[in-house]
Design a binder for this molecule. Structure first.
Ligand SMILES: Nc1ncnc2c1ncn2[C@@H]1O[C@H](COP(=O)(O)OP(=O)(O)OP(=O)(O)O)[C@@H](O)[C@H]1O
Ligand SMILES: [Mg+2]
Length: 367
């Protein structure tokens, strides 16, 4: 059992509080990704789990053990860093086996563990090479190999792919997922890249200024972001936000969204009951660019002044403004829309999100 539990954990550096009380439970064998902007406390949280940083208060448990004050070597976590930290004068095999050698493990056990890690990571052909003769992806695999041979209860990864080029990053993403499936070990993985988080994680923890904004599986985060921060952070290109008001539409119980200078958008009846807190209030309508392409004649439209066109192949992005708000729409690749055009973009009403402007909280969850 290697559940990781952070219970009211805080961290301050001197007088600066970086992590306010944080609660997080990572299940045994779960692959959890901590994601968030630079400086939000991802590395600090990971280092506290590893024991490289002492929590200022609160409790950290791994499995049944309270490890809050235990030194790193006794926590049975393996950490893989962004910069690999390989020994340049040692071969791949020596690098992978070094930790075991230092602990006095018999040579044949080291050889067997190194061979096993090399098999899992496809490093068999490189065991006698020095790190300088390896590619970035191969070096990162050696760093992972070094973590594997320790048979940790928990793997901790801190932006392990950020030194790799885009293509290799995608390959290594898949490899780390396969590794998790094969080893069935709890993984806590840190990245600031939301695509990496979404594609790898069982559960994504979105952090902001040391706090957890939302922790959920990738699809829930995408479909039901709890607030504007999560809505803006998850998804590429980012969700569009248009400011306006929600108003009752006559006496029939209908609700419309009204933005300055544009025609009102009728909210689907199914959604209305979730929006009562927002009626008569300033709200933000959120709509993802990918939900602007299907031109059902019944769909409401939003007026967009196009500033630029980005052809991507399968579809094209029209980038411009809806009123005062920046707006990116997916349009058909064959579209003849040009910069400086003003167009009516259809929006799928079922995919609309509403957030209270005053708090940034979503008005519509779980529907
Ligand atoms: N040793 C330290 N002393 C003082 N402040 C620190 C120390 N380590 C981190 N911090 C501060 O704590 C905050 C969180 O840092 P952390 O490294 O955890 O962020 P991060 O989310 O990993 O960011 P990045 O994506 O840039 O790696 C930052 O404001 C940082 O400046
Ligand atoms: Mg970091």
């Amino acid at each position: 059992m290697s559940q990781v539990c952070l219970d009211q954990v805080t961290k301050s550096f001197g007088s600066v509080a970086v992590i306010p009380p944080l609660d997080l439970v990572i299940a045994d064998k779960e692959f959890v990704v901590l994601v968030g902007p630079s400086g939000c406390g991802k590395t600090t949280t990971l280092r506290m789990i590893a024991g490289l940083e002492q929590a200022t208060s609160g409790e950290i448990r791994i499995g049944e053990r309270d490890v809050t004050t235990l030194r790193p070597g006794l926590r049975n976590c393996s950490m893989v860093f962004q910069n690999y930290a390989l020994y340049p004068h040692m071969t791949v095999a020596e690098n992978i086996g070094y930790g075991m050698k230092v602990r006095g493990t018999p040579k044949e056990d080291i050889n067997a563990a190194v061979a096993n890690a090399a098999r899992i990571l496809n490093l068999g052909a490189y065991l006698n090479r020095k790190p300088s003769a390896l590619s970035g992806g191969q070096r990162q695999r050696v760093a992972i190999g070094r973590a594997i041979v320790r048979q940790p209860d928990v793997f901790l990864f801190d932006e392990p792919l950020s030194n790799l080029d885009a293509k290799l990053r995608i390959e290594m993403r898949t490899e780390i997922k396969l590794l998790h499936r094969r080893l069935q070990t709890t993984i806590v993985y840190v990245t600031h890249d939301q695509v990496e988080a979404m594609t790898m994680a069982d559960r994504v923890v979105v952090m902001n200024q040391g706090r957890i904004e939302q922790a959920a599986d990738p699809i829930t985060l995408y479909e039901s972001p709890k607030n504007l921060f999560v809505a803006a952070f998850i998804g590429a290109p980012s969700m569009n936000f248009v400011e306006g008001r929600l108003e009752a539409d006559g006496g029939g119980g209908g609700v419309v969204f009204r933005a300055d200078g544009d025609v009102p958008i009728t909210v689907p009846a199914r959604m209305v009951k979730h929006l009562s807190a927002g009626i008569g209030q300033a709200v933000v309508l959120g709509i993802r660019p990918e939900h602007t392409m299907t031109a059902d004649p019944a769909f409401p439209t939003i007026r967009v002044h196009v500033a630029d066109i980005e052809p991507l192949g399968p579809h094209t992005l029209a980038i411009g403004k809806a009123g005062a708000s920046a707006f990116t729409a997916q349009i058909h690749a064959a579209s003849r829309v040009r910069p400086e055009d003003t167009i009516q973009i259809p929006i799928d009403p079922e995919k609309m999100h509403f957030f209270l402007k005053s708090t940034g909280e979503a008005l519509r969850l779980d529907c």
